[in-house]
Design a protein. Structure first.
Length: 111
């Protein structure tokens, strides 16, 4: 197992705890895992998450501004947005609205 595989698994453990109707950022997960400068690796983990047997709600992980930067990794043009909207999250022009009120910070929530 490569070191990145272990990191990816830790990312998936955190991502699976994001509640329905909430979102977090790549950076928030990286910071929670003690790797604050590894937001891009969290993104790579999300991109790879479709290969996992146990579902990972990768659609709930966005960039720090609430942009759906990972949407091109989902099947279908607007699948990421549709999944979020199905959970009651409002998305306009690929950006989550009211990000502050629905943001889930693992450092605070997983104490």
């Amino acid at each position: 197992m490569k070191k990145s595989d272990n990191f990816f698994e830790k990312v998936y453990v955190v991502a699976r705890q994001i509640p329905v109707g909430r979102v977090t950022s790549y950076g928030a997960i990286a910071t929670y895992l003690g790797a604050a400068r590894s937001a891009r690796m969290v993104g790579w983990a999300m991109n790879n998450s479709h290969n996992k047997e146990e579902e990972v709600p990768a659609h709930r992980v966005v960039n720090k501004k609430g942009l759906l930067t990972g949407k091109h990794h989902f099947d279908g043009t607007n699948l990421m947005q549709q999944l979020l909207e199905n959970e009651g999250i409002v998305v306009v022009d690929n950006q989550i609205q009211n990000l502050e009120s629905i943001f889930w910070n693992p450092a605070e929530e997983l104490k």
